[in-house]
Design a binder for this molecule. Structure first.
Ligand SMILES: [Zn+2]
Ligand SMILES: [Zn+2]
Length: 203
């Protein structure tokens, strides 16, 4: 945070007895996407048919409705480098056993946050599913969602990612750290977010 002041401007954070409020002015909100706009952005990304560079399957962000388990086309990212992939091992075998095993592996992977090696660049790090942040008022602009918070995988625009990664939010009474606005998870890694590298369709 650059400066503390008594003046409320767009994006001000108000500490109210431990609860942090985000102050948005009407003008600031007019630059914020609506839920409809977010849905349009989602469809735009999906229309570009991002692909898994390994499995060559087309990836797609699931609809905004909150879900707990990633679905088949969900994009995943290596947080170390930003390379976006589909979930590996989810290939041509589509028998039930396989699906169950993959499901299990994904659950395990999520719980352990185990690190994996990116097949594109060999960077090692956590491999997490990407989710579009669906709370429109946390967005600072309507730019395409090209960045993701680390380690939770919430996707938003670059400006939004940079903004939130620099805002220390109170955690308990004495500690402050930058958190993902969508899920309140403490950000990790050098910057707290990663630029996503999508692989387009190979024609
Ligand atoms: Zn990589
Ligand atoms: Zn998050």
């Amino acid at each position: 945070v650059e400066a503390e002041s008594q003046e409320l401007v767009d994006g001000s954070l108000i500490d109210l007895c431990g609860a942090t409020l985000l102050w948005r002015t009407a003008e600031g909100l007019s630059r914020t996407p609506t839920v409809k706009h977010l849905e349009a952005l989602r469809q735009e990304i999906n229309a570009a048919r991002p692909q898994c560079p390994v499995g060559f399957n087309t990836l797609a962000f699931p609809s905004m409705r909150r879900k707990d388990t990633p679905d088949e086309k969900q994009p995943w990212v290596y947080l170390q480098c930003g390379h976006v992939h589909g979930y590996h091992n989810w290939g041509s075998h589509r028998d039930r056993d396989r699906l169950d095993r993959d499901q299990e592996e994904r659950e395990q992977g999520r719980q352990e946050g185990r690190s994996r090696e990116c097949p594109m660049c060999r960077a090692r790090g956590p491999y997490v599913p990407l989710w579009l942040g669906c709370e429109a008022s946390f967005y600072l602009d309507t730019a395409p969602p090209t960045h993701a918070f680390s380690p939770c995988g919430h996707v938003c625009s670059e400006k939004t990612a940079v903004f939130w990664s620099q805002i220390p939010l109170p955690h308990g009474t004495h500690t402050f750290h930058a958190s993902c606005p969508f899920c309140a998870q403490q950000l990790s890694g050098e910057q707290g977010y990663v630029r996503l590298i999508f692989q387009g369709p190979l024609d």
